[in-house]
Design a protein around this ligand. Structure first.
Ligand code: BES
Ligand code: ZN
Ligand code: ZN
Length: 500
């Protein structure tokens, strides 16, 4: 979306829809409304005349629409009490309002930034509104013969502070970089699995890096290279596939890089489709398994946004891509396979495949000696049982890093919750015939036992956090800035925030 800062008011004047904020206030112990920054005196008079008189008190989500003398649509957004307005409320209210305006056929919307100000932070207010616009504007309609057309092509933001125009423009650009990355992840996850198999996925990432991420080093390991690297667990998942497994390795180095520069590695599960393999999923559970590359799309998008916005850290990104199919070559339950790091694994359930791919990729990534390593994966159905669709499970081996992730999530209004890895869970993952087995006790702490398995492949001394995005990656119908169907793009902003 074209988003323009206007310090003079000329472009704002030309908008066909204008948003105003209204806050609840109290006068003589009676609730009423408070609207500042009216665009004109006449409009204020019109509103006074048209509002449902005493009942209008600007409660949250109460919208009021009128036309001014020039025919401009004035939409007044009730935001409740000013002291209670927080970033997430503003993000949600603005997203709803934006979508209604878009559906109304208007071509240019405008609003005065100062009137939506969060506490004293105008810069944060601006980035929240840009997020609301860009995240709500997303649609996945490439397969619709008749896509819904929209006229809306510009948002004008009127500001009073002429001196800050440059700064505001930079905030718009950096927020758009983040949202564009979120939307690219959504596109990849929503893409059909007959189109986006491992080889196509790998090509799309390489093309995006080449086009948009100048200076990022790219290395791609196919079957031959993975064999050479002893990534036998990864290859065991790929054994039934018609497509080559791909390990895409990206490396970003900041401009001012020294020996002390922090190095963060990001690892993602990229299962372009998960049938379960020989431990075949029932039909109903198989539906939606194109989302099983959501973890890799999440880390790629966070990496992409961090690179575009000049992160001060060295960041390496590792995407493990394959599908999990059935064929006469596919791995059978009871197989015993030696991992890249030498540990032997008894594969008792071929549907617990994500951890097998991640095991080798975590081991490969560990060799680049990162200080911190994150992995994201749609790893367990148990995560949905424990935390629902709305909350991302995090587990790891370092309290401070976990706390930093929690802080990052809080400041982006995304939800994470820590689950424990206890010695008993590690014990459960030991096999009677090999070093490890790939499943724990059925129906018990499945998210944490999966993490206990992954921990075995994290290099010595590396601070590691695992994000189970099985629930959060999917639709979030309650969030107006997420599409009603398809990938949410959640958790990317949390990771990005940590990386900058
Ligand atoms: N991709 C699934 C996890 C999943 C399930 C993600 C539902 C999103 C929604 C994963 O590969 C899987 O099948 N895990 C198994 C593990 C079990 C066999 C130990 C599961 O969760 O049932
Ligand atoms: Zn599976
Ligand atoms: Zn899976």
């Amino acid at each position: 979306m074209k988003i323009t800062i206007d310090a003079i008011g000329k472009q704002f004047e030309a908008c066909s829809t204008k948003f105003h904020s209204a806050f609840t206030t109290e006068v003589n112990k009676k609730k009423t409304y408070d609207i500042k920054h009216w665009a004109s005196k006449n409009m204020k008079a019109d509103f006074e005349r048209l509002r449902p008189s005493k009942e209008y008190d600007a409660s949250k989500d109460y919208e009021f629409t009128l036309n001014d003398e020039a025919g401009t649509v004035i939409r007044i957004l009730g935001l409740g009490e000013k002291k209670n307005l927080d970033a997430e409320k503003l993000r949600r209210t603005f997203s709803k309002a934006f979508k209604i305006a878009k559906a109304s056929g208007t071509d240019k919307i405008g609003f005065m930034l100062d009137s939506f100000k969060l506490k004293t932070d105008l810069a944060k207010t601006l980035s929240i509104i840009v997020e609301a616009i860009e995240l709500s504007n997303y649609t996945f309609d490439k397969y619709k013969s008749k896509a819904v057309k929209t006229n809306l092509n510009e948002v004008v933001i009127l500001v009073s502070d002429k001196k800050s125009v440059k700064k505001f423009e930079q905030i718009i650009q950096s927020t758009q970089n983040v949202c564009e990355s979120v939307n690219i992840a959504r596109d990849l996850v929503n893409e059909a699995p007959n189109v986006l198999h491992s080889e196509e996925y790998s090509k799309r990432i390489q093309a995006d890096v080449k086009k948009n991420l100048k200076g990022v080093k790219v290395k791609v390991l196919g079957e031959k290279e993975l064999l050479k690297e002893n990534c036998n667990l990864f290859l065991s998942v790929n054994a039934g596939s018609a497509f080559e497994a791909q390990l895409v390795h990206l490396e970003y180095n900041p401009k001012k890089s020294t020996k002390k520069t922090k190095h963060v590695a990001l690892v993602g599960k990229g299962l372009t489709f998960d049938t379960g393999g020989y431990s075949l999923k029932p039909g109903a559970s198989m539906m939606g398994m194109k989302f099983d590359m959501g973890g890799s799309a999440t880390v790629y998008a966070a990496f992409r946004a961090a690179v575009l916005n000049g992160s001060p850290y060295k960041i390496s990104c590792f995407l493990g891509m394959t599908d999990n199919m059935v064929s006469e070559l596919a791995t059978t339950p009871d197989s015993i396979v030696t991992a890249r790091n030498g540990k032997t694994v008894e594969i008792l359930n071929t549907d617990a495949e994500g951890r097998l791919v991640l095991a080798d990729v975590l081991s490969y990534a560990s060799d680049t000696k990162p200080d911190v390593m994150f992995d994201a994966a749609t790893l367990t159905g148990a995560c949905l049982v424990a935390l629902g669709d709305e909350v991302c499970a995090i587990l790891g081996n370092d309290e401070k890093t976990i706390n930093d992730v929690k802080k990052s999530a809080k400041s982006t209004d995304e939800l994470v919750w820590e689950l424990p890895i206890i010695p008993e869970f590690r014990e459960q993952m030991k096999s009677s015939v090999a070093d490890l087995k790939n499943i724990g006790k059925p129906g018990k702490a499945g998210t944490a036992t999966a993490a206990a398995f992954l921990e075995e492949f994290v290099g010595e001394g590396i601070k590691w956090v695992h994000f189970d995005v099985a629930g959060t990656c999917g639709p979030q119908a309650h969030l107006p800035y997420c599409p009603e169907v398809g990938c949410s793009g959640l958790i990317i902003r949390t990771m990005y925030n940590y990386l900058t």
